[in-house]
Design a protein around this ligand. Sequence first.
Ligand code: NAD
Ligand code: LMR
Length: 346
Amino acid sequence: SVESALRRRGAASSNRRLFSSDSVPERKVAILGAAGGIGQPLALLMKLNPLVSNLALYDIAGTAGVAADVGHINTRAQVAGYVGEEQLGKALEGSDVVIIPAGVPRKPGMTRDDLFNINAGIVKSLCTAIAKYCPSAVVNMISNPVNSTVPIASEVFKKAGTYDEKKLFGVTTLDVVRAKTFYTGKAKVPLRECLQLIDVNVPVVGGHAGITILPLFSQATPAGNDLSTEDIKALTKRTQDGGTEVVEAKAGKGSATLSMAYAGAIFADACLKGLNGVPDIVECSFVQSSITELPFFASKVRLGKNGVVEVLGLGPLSDYEEEGLENLKPELKASIEKGIKFARDN
Ligand code: NAD
Ligand code: LMR
């Protein structure tokens, strides 16, 4: 009928309005460590994200080339490279989201905590600059050891008087990405769902190192009905050792960069959607938390216009997961305290 044709036309034009570039807010994203193994592919993925209007690529060297290269891609974001401490302020000014993959990666035989001595100082100085130049930005911390670098960031921001616990995130998305991949490979989930990894979900809680990484396969969707206890244990161990698997395969040439860039891009996109008011954005992240007795903990988090809207609880755990939760607490507590002490003493 004429009436329904008009209604269709009305809907089409309001859709156009919704997706026209005028209605998508300007958002500046800064990547600190943008010339690195993660930084470069992450710069590419953020350049492809239509929610980004400005992309600032900062590193101590090498960003001019990355910015020139990525800047030739014909997408919305305006790209600029910044190099050296004297340009850090300009890189950060006006940023809505700051992603930090700056610092050294592991080599075979190292733990993430072995990176503490170098990366703690790097994170501290970058966060000092964030407090000065873009104190209300959402921060996505990738630099390891995440279990300590997030507490370091919180202390730096507290000292500067800018701390907003709703805006500080340790990026644990790679653990979720791995858990989904390994689960889909093992669980006899319906093929239709298998082909769309995006439909598979596995929460991962705790922290981001070894046994502090606790995937909750009992809550995986769609349910993998045929998984035995042994299967769950093997999937858990593979998720916990995922980073080491890549470090060993790269044999001295660093740790996960491509899968991390993918995971970092997913998490930053979720933060941007939250800032833009898109409802029901939920991702796992290592945040200030009161769902356990530890001051920071990774769990599902609902994201909104000011960062964290709600830290979601753990939900029902299996006995195996309960045991994993208790086992991880001492290590996670020690890593958090180490970060806090470093920031207070330095
Ligand atoms: P990389 O060495 O390839 O790149 C790191 C970059 O940081 C380099 O370009 C370096 O110049 C830069 N950098 C060093 N000091 C800096 C400073 N003060 N300011 C700005 N930039 C600085 O390393 P990568 O493979 O990209 O890994 C980076 C970090 O991410 C490591 O700490 C690694 O352990 C961590 N990581 C975390 C996860 C996670 O899941 N959260 C996953 C993978 C890697
Ligand atoms: C990862 O999980 O891949 C990162 O934390 C890097 C590492 O050192 O394992």
